[in-house]
Design a protein around this ligand. Structure first.
Ligand code: ADP
Ligand code: MG
Length: 199
């Protein structure tokens, strides 16, 4: 079972890995965007960790809804509302249970990803965060490790794709040949599940 502490650890591990990888995320956002993806997420997840420490929500759903709200209010770029929606809607789908099963979490995450697609209009193959998140949630039924691998492969697989959504889409065919920064950060988010699980 996954409790509020698990989800708190998930957010803390994500913040740490975003800190470690911020320069790389920003470098990926430089040829096809505006070179702020690393700093956007660093600011956002630092604020998430701080607010979780201060408010100490005590259910999985409350942890993720608070984290999502914090991302929306601290990240100005497209990724703030998108990641914010992902976490808020995943959290909302978890309801007010004190503990959830991995299967319930998988279903909730799928609801959150669907909400991101509804908000941003992206579908798989558009070279966005969706290309890491959808394969990850499909693999989550197997294990956190399988989800991590699927997300990383999904992020790499955005390289030959033309971006169809977000700032990178303004470049048209010139976006081909660049790995999407948001898919790359989504792979970090999914990989942090393993750390939260202590695996
Ligand atoms: P901005 O583009 O506003 O500078 P960021 O650089 O923080 O915001 O985030 C860019 C990332 O957001 C992209 O790499 C992509 O993965 C994701 N993204 C942008 N627009 C969309 C969208 N409509 N749907 C899904 N993901 C998107
Ligand atoms: Mg950007």
């Amino acid at each position: 079972m996954l409790d509020a502490d698990f989800f708190r650890r998930w957010m803390t591990a994500t913040a740490a890995s975003v800190d470690r990888e911020a320069e790389r995320l920003t470098a990926l956002d430089s040829p096809i965007g505006d070179a702020d993806h690393g700093s956007n997420l660093q600011r956002g997840f630092t604020a998430v960790v701080a607010t979780l420490e201060k408010e100490a929500p005590d259910t999985p759903g409350a942890v993720l809804m608070l984290a999502g709200r914090q991302l929306v209010s601290t990240v100005g770029g497209a990724s703030g509302p998108l990641y914010g929606t992902l976490l808020r809607r995943t959290g909302k789908a978890l309801g007010d249970a004190a503990e959830v099963t991995e299967e319930q979490f998988t279903d909730a995450l799928r609801t959150g990803i669907d909400a991101v697609m509804a908000l941003g209009g992206a579908v798989p193959g558009d070279a966005t965060m969706i290309d890491a998140l959808v394969p990850a949630v499909d693999a989550l039924a197997d294990s956190f490790g399988a989800a991590k691998t699927a997300a990383e492969e999904g992020a790499v697989a955005t390289t030959p794709l033309q971006a169809r959504k977000g700032r990178a889409s303004y470049l048209g065919e010139r976006s081909i040949g660049h790995q999407d920064p948001g898919a790359t950060s989504s792979a970090l988010l999914i990989a942090a599940l393993l750390e939260a699980a202590g695996e």
